[in-house]
Design a protein around this ligand. Structure first.
Ligand code: ZN
Length: 201
């Protein structure tokens, strides 16, 4: 390699690195712009049931039920076998993926109106899911489990909705899914009877 070749190669590397940095910055700006944009949209009047095989009337209403002496239940518990896929109730963007004491493994999605949809007690996250990812009602976020303070209870999804004014009850907004709105991986023959509703947790 001649001296000028090395110089040209170094320049090329520098230009490439600069472009990659700009692209990354651009992605971040696009993400912030999209989130900012959500605040100008009105929040959904109807959202999809996060679990395919559960209908709204199977949910025991535990909104604001006392939890210990200093807390009320800020959401709804939707019971299903461990490992049941959890679909996003709305379109939006993955806002946060993380673990906390009460919720265990959780995914938050930000949707229209800046509402944050909170999915907790996940057994595991959907493979490859990352903060900033766009989601639709066909996106799997994770799988039903018992992480956080759900340990020792029947597996369930804790589903919460947070607005700028605090938590709101998800139950009146939830609408049953039409079975064809999301693809099912399960073979049609596999049908196990089970109880989906428990008032325990
Ligand atoms: Zn709960």
């Amino acid at each position: 390699m001649t001296r000028s070749n090395i110089l040209a190669a170094s320049l090329a590397v520098l230009v490439f690195a600069g472009l990659v940095t700009l692209a990354a910055l651009g992605d971040k700006l696009v993400f912030y712009w999209r989130i900012a944009h959500l605040y100008f949209e009105s929040p959904e009047a109807r959202i999809s049931m996060p679990l395919l095989d559960v209908s709204k009337n199977q949910i025991a209403n535990t909104w604001h039920a006392p939890r210990g002496t200093d807390r009320v239940h800020e959401g709804q518990d939707i019971f299903a076998p461990r490992g049941t896929p959890i679909y996003s109730s709305t379109k939006g963007y993955v806002y946060k993926i993380g673990e906390n004491n009460l919720g265990g493994q959780t995914v938050s999605v930000i949707g229209a109106g800046g509402r944050v949809y909170y999915y907790a007690h996940l057994d595991s996250y959907a493979p490859g899911l990352a903060e900033g990812d766009p989601v639709t009602t066909k996106t799997v976020l994770g799988y039903v489990g018992t992480t956080g303070n759900a340990q020792g209870t029947p597996p369930h999804l804790h589903f919460g909705i947070y607005t700028s004014d605090g938590a709101i009850n998800p139950l009146p907004l939830l609408a049953d899914r039409v079975p064809s709105t999301a693809s099912r991986a399960k073979p049609a023959t596999q049908k196990t009877p089970r109880s989906l509703v428990s008032r325990k947790a």
